[in-house]
Design a protein around this ligand. Structure first.
Ligand code: ZN
Length: 259
């Protein structure tokens, strides 16, 4: 069987939506790890999609695993030879995760593309706030990570919501609703019912990347695919497509893996 496969770039935008995303498969007798080097084995998560036209790989940042989506009739055994040719790509992507920012005191994380130092202020009264490129966090040390994440998620809800409304107004492409989620392998998606999902982690990326991703999902309200008409519309909606894709290719998986 010929496998028209290529490794998917780590810009993980679904063609359809969360509700129709492929489920993790219980695949009998499918290998559950791939050996990248002696003593270095990485879990494989198999998914099947009736709509996928090619075999694709993505890195699941939180689970430190490789997700393989099988189109129609392809079996894991069919996919393994291709997977083995992608060991270098998988190794490189997983290595990038080790540079992922950590939500800890003394570490620096990007907010809207600008580095911010996390500073613990145990005695302060107000919870978490930003001042002069620093994120101040009150309370006990063990909860710093959770408080910073909650803070960024709320900030994301505000900023992404405003930006989505502004772009929707300017373009006439109106989603039925916006969900802000914590996703480990994709930045956004758009369902056939017009719901847009964006990862709160997008708030760490520069404004141009945010603009592109929102334009990308809005364009799916008109074209539920990645065909030429879709990309023409994306280019009409945002000037940032190519720089944003390059940026996501280099920095995206680290932000999806930040914890
Ligand atoms: Zn898309």
């Amino acid at each position: 069987m010929s496998v028209p496969a290529r490794a998917e770039k780590p810009i993980l935008l679904s063609q359809r939506g969360v509700s129709t995303a492929p489920r993790i498969l219980p695949v009998d007798a499918a290998p559950d790890v791939i050996e990248l080097a002696p003593d270095c084995r990485v879990p494989i998560l198999w998914k099947r999609s009736s709509r996928a036209r090619r075999l694709s790989l993505r890195i699941d940042a939180l689970r430190q695993a490789v997700t393989v989506t099988l189109p129609g009739p392809l079996t894991p055994q069919d996919a393994m030879p291709f997977l083995k040719t992608q060991r270098h790509w998988i190794t490189k992507r997983l290595a990038a995760l080790h540079n992922a920012p950590a939500f800890l005191a003394g570490r620096t994380i990007p907010v809207e593309g600008i580095p911010h130092l996390i500073v613990h202020q145990p005695a302060a009264r107000s919870g978490v706030w930003i001042e002069a490129q620093q994120i101040f966090v009150s309370g006990t040390e063990e909860f710093i990570g959770r408080r910073v994440r909650d803070f960024l998620r709320n900030h994301a809800r505000t900023v992404l919501g405003q930006e989505l409304r502004a772009q929707a107004q300017a373009t006439g492409l109106r989603p039925t609703r916006l969900d802000i989620r914590d996703t480990s392998s994709r930045w956004g998606s758009c369902s056939s019912s017009g719901r847009i999902m964006l990862s709160w982690r997008l708030i760490m990326a520069p404004a141009s990347v945010r603009h592109y991703l929102i334009a990308h999902e809005l364009a799916h309200l008109r074209h539920m695919n990645h065909g030429p008409a879709f990309w023409t519309l994306v280019d009409q909606l945002t000037p940032h497509r190519h720089t944003a894709e390059r940026w996501l290719k280099h920095h995206g998986s680290a932000l999806l893996g930040a914890r």
